[in-house]
Design a protein around this ligand. Sequence first.
Ligand SMILES: [Zn+2]
Ligand SMILES: [Zn+2]
Length: 191
Amino acid sequence: MDAKCGQHPDRPADRGTCGRCGTFVCDECAITAREGVLCTECLRLLDRGPYVKHARILSVLMMVHGGLVAAAGLSYVLFGGFILDELADIPADPSDPTSGMLPELTVGVFALIALVQIGPGVLQALAGWRLFHLNGVVMAWAGALVGLVGCLGCYCAPTSLAIASYAIFVLTRDDVRARIAVGVPPASPAS
Ligand SMILES: [Zn+2]
Ligand SMILES: [Zn+2]
């Protein structure tokens, strides 16, 4: 006799067994995870891990914070452009050889500030988006830690530090690591 699905006794277990609990699964019950087939019940159990909700909280924080950091970087670019505009109106003082360098210096400083903010900010926001779907653990680490680069820039140091510390705590929890390793979005809330 052919094996039947553990949830649906009337259906054949076309997808074999769940890699975690060994239950026979049909097409509907099988979830194709990164490391083989998983049953819906096991995915739901993984979703309910004690720290998994913290991973979702962290992901939202990363999206918001990354977006704000990137926006701050962008405002520096605009501000830098505005300053350049003003500087262009000031005639260069021929007796002062450094006055001609001022615009270049300004561009350099603002470009640097923008670079250490926009790049990490965007990366952090994208990593947060992937983590929200409980995916992309490498990117989550990168996104959380790269925020520290922004500390070279400005005020965002305390929040970046807080996010990095929270990420280190959350991403090292066993249940979070097991859940993200599956590599699929959360099970649908429907039972
Ligand atoms: Zn299972
Ligand atoms: Zn089934």
